[in-house]
Design a protein around this ligand. Structure first.
Ligand code: 4AD
Length: 574
């Protein structure tokens, strides 16, 4: 009788085992796969190392070989059959894949022989960007017309790709627009067409036509290609862009691949709106006769408290990345008039929230010889003008509609609410402070409470007159109530605070006292303090976080989606 040995402890399921007593297998399934049951074959099993579970069992019994039980045999036979079936299927699939790969290789070899040439008798193509629709430049052949459309040359990357048997539909993009391009005839038989991947860069020549009725394409037109060349191939298969940045990828992967995410329609639309908003701010400031300046990013003073300063070694001295250019803007007023800057500000924010970045684009303005009311009126005017100018560009308006279908231009005048009234409102609406207690005068209204209030009120709010104790050292006190400052935060639904502003302390003695109160050494601030020594004036200004403004306008969940390469705790790449 042939005996096959299985030792569950020291046996092996690999070619080193033979099933002999001196080289047993580890599992019964493996043993059955190697030696199918036959007349007189017996399978002997044991556990040579592990203790028997039965405490009273004779220790020697674990060294004894015992025939596999009926139930163990039955279970192992079933598993054995399943594995055999699976292996057969895998083998079949591998053969089929190999055959297909070989067939495709042959087809591709044939395709390499198909060489396309541009027909010299065709009109010279006009090079256009994909958003050009001017009829002086591009005419379309209509279905009923015999007149040819303009022959164009377009350059861009494959944004969408749909290959049918004899025709390939490509949506090409060049960053300016999208164009449907159709390859047919010999063009689709080429190696380049058969191996085309998303993001490949191409030059395509062909005739512009109107899309047939009931069909849709960007700008209702399509390019019927007569010639194309590949400029730069894009990786396919496992390296394809859709694999690198799959729709369901986790946020970490998307951030690591931000450079590829930016090629998507949503991310690139936000960047286009961003550029339009920046343009609108500059236009608005210019219309107000405000001058753009560019203060330094490397500084030796703080503006908004020490806790969020990024420090670094500056030729052996302590220096910081600026939190705000406000103090520098104030120094410009006497000689330049009202000023603004659009520069990065840096905050070492330790918390990971959806509205905090470590580096953000700060739009700051400073106005001379004004009252607090002037400041609020100016802010409302600027915000509304920027919204109007941004929406005046049809392409940008359409991007916003796409990103934020519910966007409505806020109605004026904006709601103005004093801090003390907000505290009362929060108490009445049972929205507690961070300790879970009812809000009290003097509390810093935390992000969550602020957002809830803004969302419920659901319109822009100018929240004014914050207590001096919770605001920055430079803020001017309200002459009517010296517990509070002439300060304003602009709150927007969905985001919360997007602007912080105030009138500035313009009295030398008061500012000196403020430094002392805050425990700040006035020495490094001598140039700031000097403004109060050489012709002081009532003045004020504000800072607006561009990414927060965009998160509101484009209905983005986080400010991280509103800048090119976000910087936040733990992320400085790419
Ligand atoms: O309220 P903040 O801290 O005010 C200032 O810095 C003033 N010195 C500005 C001035 O008066 N010139 O910041 C102003 C705005 C905030 O309302 C917010 O929109 C944005 O800057 N902001 C941030 N945005 C993204 N990430 C952060 N960590 C931000 N911190 C502030």
């Amino acid at each position: 009788m042939a005996s096959i040995y299985i030792d569950e402890d020291v046996g092996r399921d690999d070619p080193a085992a033979t099933g002999a007593e001196s080289a047993p297998y580890k599992t019964l399934v493996y043993a059955l796969l190697q030696h199918a049951p036959g007349e007189g074959t017996q399978y002997l099993t044991r556990k040579s190392q592990t203790e028997p579970t039965d405490k009273d069992a004779d220790p020697a019994s674990k060294l004894e070989w015992k025939p596999a039980t009926k139930s163990a045999m039955k279970k192992a036979t079933t598993l054995c059959e399943q594995r055999k079936k699976k292996a057969a299927k895998e083998q079949e699939l591998a053969i089929r894949e190999k055959q297909e790969a070989e067939k495709r290789k042959l087809v591709l070899e044939e395709a390499k022989k198909v060489v396309i040439k541009e027909d010299p008798s065709l009109p010279k193509p006009v090079k256009i960007r994909l958003d050009v629709t001017d009829p002086e430049v591009v005419t379309l052949r209509t279905p009923e017309s015999e007149t040819p459309g303009t022959r164009v040359r377009v350059l861009g990357r494959v944004h969408r790709l749909r290959a049918q048997k004899d025709v390939i539909f490509i949506t090409l993009t060049d960053g300016y627009g999208y164009l449907q391009c159709i390859l047919a005839g010999d063009l689709v038989k080429t190696y380049d067409a058969m191996t085309l991947t998303l993001e490949t860069s191409l030059a395509i020549h062909g005739e512009m036509r109107a899309v047939p009725p009931k069909q849709h394409a960007p700008n209702d037109r399509e390019l019927h290609a007569d010639f194309f060349t590949v400029i730069g191939r894009a990786a396919g298969d496992k390296e394809a862009i859709t694999t690198r940045v799959a729709h369901d990828a986790d946020p970490q992967t998307l951030m690591d691949n931000r450079h590829l995410v930016l090629r998507g329609e949503t991310a690139s639309s936000v960047m286009k709106v961003r550029a339009a908003v920046l343009r609108a701010f500059r236009k608005t400031f210019e219309a107000n006769r405000m001058l753009e300046v560019t203060p330094p990013a490397m500084v030796q003073t703080q503006v908004e408290g020490g806790s969020t300063l990024f420090g670094f070694d500056y030729y052996g001295e302590n220096a910081y990345l600026t939190q705000s250019s406000q103090l520098y803007l104030e120094t410009c007023l006497p000689s330049l008039g009202d000023v603004f800057c659009i520069c990065p500000s840096f905050r070492a924010e330790k918390s990971l929230t959806r509205r905090h970045l470590s580096e953000y684009t700060h739009i700051e303005a400073e106005l001379d010889f004004i009252t607090f009311d002037d400041l609020l009126d100016h802010l409302e005017e600027v915000i509304c003008r920027v919204i109007d100018l941004t929406l005046a560009d049809p392409a940008v308006a359409s991007a916003i509609k796409h990103l934020n279908p519910d966007f409505k231009v806020p109605s004026r005048p904006f709601k103005r609410m004093r801090y003390s009234d907000a505290i009362q409102w929060l108490v009445e609406h049972e929205i507690p402070n961070e300790e879970g207690n009812p809000h009290q005068f003097g509390d810093d209204i935390a992000e969550a409470a602020e957002r809830r209030m803004t969302d419920i009120i659901n319109q822009p709010i100018f929240l004014t007159h914050f207590p001096a104790e919770i605001k920055a050292f430079y803020m001017k006190k309200d002459p009517q109530d010296r517990r509070v400052t002439e300060s304003v935060d602009v709150l927007m639904p969905g985001v919360g605070e997007i602007v912080g502003g105030s009138m500035r302390m313009d009295d030398w003695d008061e500012l000196m006292a403020a430094y002392q109160h805050e425990g700040m050494d006035p020495k490094p601030y001598y140039w700031y303090t000097d403004q109060r020594k050489y012709g002081t004036s009532p003045h004020g200004g504000y800072g607006l976080g561009l990414e927060r403004f965009l998160a509101w306008m484009c209905a983005r969940y986080t400010v991280r989606e509103c800048c090119l390469y976000p910087r936040f705790t733990g992320r400085c790449t790419p």
